[in-house]
Structures are given as C-alpha cells and as structure tokens.
Write a protein of this length. Structure first.
Length: 201
C-alpha cells in the first residue's frame, strides 16, 4: 500500500523515518502560521524548494504542483488583495505555497506503509486507554490512498474529456468522475471485507 504519489529514491530525505518527517511537517505547518512577514515565509518556501532538490524529485512530479499552485495563488491573491490589501494577500499566498508544497514533498518521499507503521507505533501507549492504533494507522493509510486515487481518477477523466473536445463541459467531467469514484468505493469496501475488517471500520 504505497500509493501513486510515492516516488522511490535513496536521498537523505527519503531515508528520514516516516514518524520524524510527519513531526517535522506538523512543526513546519505551525511555523508557517506563526510567521507573519513575507521575508520569513519566503525563507520557508525556499527551504521547501531546497528539499525537493535534495530529494531529487523529478520534474514530472513537481511541475503539475507548480501549475496548480500558480492558478490557486492567482485566485487567492486577487480575492485577498481586494479584501485585505496586497501585503496581507502576499502573506496568505506564501503560507499556502509553503504548506502545500511541504505536504506534497512529504507524500512523494514517504511510503504509506511506513507512515501507517509510524502512526501505530507512536500511538501504541494509548492502548491502555482503549485506543486502537492499528485502526488509526489503517485510517491514515486509507485516507492517503483515497486522495491519491481520486486525484488520479480526476486527471484521467479530464484527459478523456479533453480528447473528446469536451474539456469545459461540466457534465463530461462530473458524471464519469462520480461513477468511477463510486466504483472505487465499492472496490475498497470489498478489499476491507476480504481483509476481515468489520462494517464499522
């Protein structure tokens, strides 16, 4: 269960334990929302970009992210600039870029299996209070897998609509997306049943 986002590699970032990387991601996310200056946020963005270079992430993995971020930043900057002014809008956009880029770097350099194991190990002491770390670990893994799978489905549906000259047709995108999403849900339910998970899993 390694997902479609993980990019195999042997870089220093790949070799960092999943639990340590997850903790670092939480710290960075908190730092992003504590820092209020564009200069400080710019340094954080530069550090995340350097992380991609250190991890040797190929362009085919980060170029789609850049394209999506450009559109998102343009939209957010326009709205926030109109409501709060350019300076505040710049801070918001830099926070978005840093947080999303860091989360993406985490997913492409971390195996889902390793993350699930880290969650189960980290929450192990909570068993004495009735918690079930293995269930929480499974939830984390399934969430990441579902997001990755639905992202891939959306991309394939969009490509198919473009091939039919229906790129801007809402129906040509939404209907196949819903059908394939429901099919994926059924397959996931069957996989859980085969695994022996109860209905309330």
């Amino acid at each position: 269960m390694n997902g479609v986002w993980y990019e195999p590699g042997t870089s220093p970032i790949h070799r960092i334990p999943a639990g340590v990387k997850l903790g670092g991601l939480f710290v960075l996310a908190a730092l992003v929302f504590v820092v209020r200056s564009p200069e400080g946020l710019g340094v954080i963005c530069a550090a995340v970009a350097a992380g991609y270079a250190v991890a040797w992430v190929p362009a085919r993995r980060w170029l789609p992210l850049v394209r999506s971020l450009v559109l998102l930043v343009a939209f957010v900057f326009a709205i926030q600039g109109w409501l709060l002014g350019p300076a505040a809008a710049l801070v918001v956009c830099l926070r978005l870029v840093a947080a999303i880029a860091a989360a993406h770097l985490f997913t492409v350099t971390t195996r889902v299996d390793d993350l699930v194991a880290a969650v189960e190990t980290g929450l192990g002491p909570l068993r004495r209070f009735g918690a079930r770390p293995e269930r929480l670990g499974l939830l984390v893994g399934l969430t990441l897998q579902a997001v990755a799978a639905l992202t891939k489905i959306a991309e394939e549906v969009r490509e198919a609509a473009t091939a039919r000259d229906a790129r801007y047709s809402l129906t040509a995108f939404v209907a196949p997306l819903l059908i394939r999403t429901l099919r994926h849900s059924d397959e996931l339910a069957e996989a859980l049943a085969a695994r022996g998970e109860p209905d309330d899993a």
